[in-house]
Design a protein around this ligand. Sequence first.
Ligand code: NAP
Length: 269
Amino acid sequence: MNFAVIGSPIEHTLSPAIHYANFNSLNLADTYRALHIRPEELGHIKDVIKQYDLNGFNVTIPHKETIMAHLDFIDQRAIEVNAVNTVLIKDNKLYGYNTDVTGYKQAYTDRFGTMKRNILILGAGGASKAVYRAHSELGDDITIYARREASFETFTDQNFQRLSSLQNLKSFDVIINTTPIGLKNEDLYDVMSLSRNKITEDTIGIDLIYNPEKTPFLYGFEDKMVMNGLSMLVNQAIHAFEIWYDNKHEGDYNAVYAALDKKFGGGRK
Ligand code: NAP
């Protein structure tokens, strides 16, 4: 079978490395291409599918919302976050899913369980919506911080508390960074004026960033209480693979982590 990821830019994507590690381990001769598709080219997606004889593809920035207009069916979770990151092609029809939600939810529950918690999500963009949906499904009490009031209105439901300042913060069980602050090692505590005062040895700290492996934000938490974005990334890829194969194959997580460890030099889970 043939698969791809479409986005712009696309050159730094880890998706081909992840999928090939999985295909190789399962002895599948499938292909997975990174395709640079500019926004103005998305209208020709059916030609791209034909050209590469695709059975499915992943969708990344900036097409996760705009791809929805080109699909025949959209899964409920994807509707709820208004974003599709996985498309299955079957009988010439396009089916859209969101495995960022399921990928994050699995990463979080594998690590920290399903206990109801008091959650603070920093940021209100695309990744924030996937994280919000996962914690909604877990029945958590959710607060979202955004620097612009208008960002709150971009969520399809509003069952969360709004926070417009991180001064005088109350205590939370979990704090999740869904902003890009930290990608260049910026100190989120300085950039967002987030006080460390309310972070205790029991507070869980999650950053969706995985490179660097440990952002300055995560250094504010106990080692055993932190999780970076790598497991979400791997889970969303494997969940996409399982959708494309209609669950006939289970993805090989170990093979994927081994390949990423080799790429990054180890210890990134
Ligand atoms: P996005 O849609 O652009 O959203 C970024 C959010 O961060 C926006 O709400 C933005 O606010 C906010 N933000 C940026 N700088 C800020 C600042 N100085 N103060 C307060 N808020 C700020 O991006 P995204 O797609 O959600 O991605 C966000 C991060 O998650 C990236 O680092 C990405 O690599 C990571 N990610 C990881 C995975 C994974 O699998 N691990 C998956 C998806 C994304 P404004 O709208 O006001 O600018």
